[in-house]
Design a protein around this ligand. Structure first.
Ligand SMILES: Nc1ncnc2c1ncn2[C@@H]1O[C@H](COP(=O)(O)OP(=O)(O)OP(=O)(O)O)[C@@H](O)[C@H]1O
Ligand SMILES: [Mg+2]
Length: 318
């Protein structure tokens, strides 16, 4: 089996609540937006790519318990194969409680990782990564990330890195093994010790071989296209934002589709920003992920004519 995308990173189940405007402390209260949904960067990034019609597998360790059952159900629901899920009795996913402020959309996240199923060295599917087209990794378990990046290194498999935090020297070393970092600005600033998006991008580009991209929430994203030497800025596509959980993950999903299709950096960034903007319209990082056939009717009017044409044509291909 040849996968379009193999992902490896934190596997979590989210309990999300959009808090009511008036909270009755020490009481009971009916609420509208309270959902349970799998989350975490590579998990939701993978779900976005799978929903858009690609063959996606995620490496995870799951056991015989309720949280693992939810996780498995969510893999299936979003079209991610469970071929690379390792079963053991005790392991379970992380659980995250996400409180969303109804006015500012700010998120407060509480994470619990008891009995978390950390990936073991023997779990890394080296040959499957080597025959896959893209690898997606995060910065939760750097040993597992490094092993996966080393498997992809020197093969045609592109490696997309979504790092949030961690030891700076180690993260820099990992970026030099991978190909395509797409990082939140805050982490990229720490990593490069640079301030302006332009300098951050160039410093990142000196570490790896691919194009470099940074995202900064409502301020949009910036990308450095190695071949042309150009720096691009992609504003957000305006939507009525309800919950920005998973916007970064969805941005990665759109960008990965662009890598799989061989699109230019400009179109990859527009596709990333488009999928991210959809996700902001509903509570949960996966609720509003589109399937491929829905894409044409959702494309923002602000998208460039070139990208509009490419993405519309692509959406008719399955
Ligand atoms: N309110 C919004 N409306 C539309 N698009 C948004 C909004 N917030 C973020 N985006 C899009 O999502 C992209 C990624 O967001 P951001 O930089 O916040 O990622 P992140 O920090 O990795 O977030 P997370 O991992 O928590 O989802 C932005 O570059 C932008 O294109
Ligand atoms: Mg992120």
């Amino acid at each position: 089996m040849k996968y379009d995308l193999i992902s490896l990173g934190l596997n979590a189940v989210d309990v999300l609540i959009r808090l009511p405007e008036n909270i009755q402390h020490d009481g009971k209260q009916m609420v509208r937006d309270l959902i349970i949904q799998a989350g975490a960067p590579v998990g939701s990034g993978s779900a976005g790519v799978a929903m858009l019609g690609y063959k996606v597998a995620m490496v995870a360790r799951l056991g015989k318990n309720s949280l693992s059952e939810i996780s498995l159900e969510q893999f299936r629901r979003y079209g991610i194969t469970t071929d690379l899920v390792i079963r053991d009795e005790e392991s379970r996913p992380a659980i995250a409680l996400v409180e969303i402020d109804p006015v500012t959309s700010a998120r407060t996240v509480f994470i619990q990782m008891d009995d978390y199923g950390f990936i073991q060295p023997e779990d890394i599917p080296v040959d499957k990564i080597q025959s896959s087209r893209v690898l997606l990794v995060d910065s939760y378990d750097l040993d597992a990330t490094e092993a996966a990046l080393r498997a992809a290194d020197g093969t045609p498999c592109r490696s997309v890195m979504d790092f949030e935090s961690g030891d700076i020297d180690r993260l820099r070393q990992l970026i030099s093994i991978g190909t395509d970092p797409i990082l939140p600005l805050e982490c990229a600033r720490e990593l490069t010790q640079m301030e302006s998006p332009e300098n951050v991008l160039l410093a990142l580009a000196s570490l790896c071989s691919g194009d470099t991209v940074i995202t900064d929430g409502i301020n949009g994203s910036w990308g450095f296209e190695r071949q042309s030497g150009e720096i691009l800025h992609q504003p957000v596509f305006p939507v009525e934002s309800v919950d920005t959980t998973g916007c970064g993950d969805a941005y990665h999903a759109g960008s990965i589709v662009g890598i799989l299709q061989g699109w230019s950096l400009r179109t990859r960034m527009e596709m990333g920003a488009f999928i991210a903007s959809r996700v902001a319209t509903r509570v949960g990082g996966r609720t509003a992920l589109p399937i491929r056939s829905q894409v044409p009717s959702l494309l923002p009017v602000e998208i460039s004519p070139d990208s509009y044409k490419l993405i519309s044509e692509w959406s008719g291909t399955i």
